[in-house]
Design a protein around this ligand. Structure first.
Ligand code: ZN
Length: 273
């Protein structure tokens, strides 16, 4: 008995493989999630690409490089490949069920826009897609983000949405309930790479946190920054509002990695499987 107790005590005392804090927190490999892929030790950061787009690579625990890969909502569960210095590394994408939401919009133009509005929407979409595709060399100041506002979470990421009974794009971000005028703070440092007043998103700010990690904030009542501004972590970028297609004041926050919109809840430790 004493030997057994000693053996158990020894086992408990043995060091286990220390998986990094960031890896554990961010690794949610599902459609609309994030895959953390270990690239091992190397003197310099290895270049990684997913779906032919450059991927965020960071040094973890001063020892190894890890790729933080955004998985588009459209990816099916199964094996995916990351291209690292000419070689492939596989990772597995699991399953996630996203629920449905039905929304009634009074302004029919916001559900079935006319030709003039469709042309505007297309133009604005390409402008925003271009912003998501930027890849700057800077290292993100922090990958564990601060909440941009203090309000409670309302609509989650990935909801399948029906506007007046018609299915539209799934919810690309995370909503916070907050009063109009509430200041919105940058969840990490970054550069303002796009500002707009869009048909669907209303007053909008894009912030580049570095290496394809990009935040978008929309439906703002007021924008407090200019194009090209550098924001510190916690810097105020604007105020909560209800501009664009919104049923009431709230903050809609998108997080994009390698041009894939992913669940912002992952970055604030609020992910629900
Ligand atoms: Zn939203």
């Amino acid at each position: 008995m004493r030997l057994l107790a000693l053996a158990i005590a020894l086992c408990l005392a043995l060091p286990v493989h220390a998986e990094g804090f960031i890896s554990r927190l961010l690794n949610k490999p599902v459609p609309g999630g994030v895959a953390v892929v270990d690239l091992g030790p190397a003197p310099n950061a290895p270049a990684a690409r997913f779906q032919n787009k450059p991927v965020l690579v960071i040094h973890e625990d001063q020892q190894r490089w890890i790729a933080i890969v955004g998985i588009p909502l459209s990816v099916k569960p199964g094996i995916e490949q990351l291209l690292v210095a000419g070689k492939t590394r596989e990772f597995e994408v699991g399953n996630k069920h996203y629920t449905e939401q039905r929304i009634t919009i009074k302004n029919q133009q916001q559900v079935n826009p006319n030709a003039k509005n469709l042309a505007r929407i297309e133009r604005e979409l390409s402008e925003q897609t271009h912003a998501y595709q930027q890849f700057s060399a800077r290292q993100p100041s922090n990958l564990l983000f601060d909440r941009p506002v203090n309000g409670p979470l309302s609509s989650p990421f990935g909801l399948r949405r029906f506007f007046n009974g018609e299915e539209r794009n799934p919810h690309s971000g995370l909503d916070f309930a907050a009063n109009s005028g509430t200041p919105i703070k940058a969840p990490a440092a970054g550069k303002v790479i796009l500002i707009g007043d869009y048909f669907f998103n209303g007053k909008t700010v894009f912030i580049d946190h570095g290496q394809g990690l990009i935040s978008m904030f929309c439906h703002l009542s007021a924008i407090g920054v200019k194009l090209g501004d550098e924001l510190p972590r916690g810097g105020v970028l604007g105020k909560v509002g209800a501009t664009g297609r919104a049923t009431g004041p709230h903050l809609h926050w998108n997080v994009s990695l390698n041009d894939a919109r992913v669940d912002p809840a992952i970055f604030i430790g609020a992910f629900k499987p």
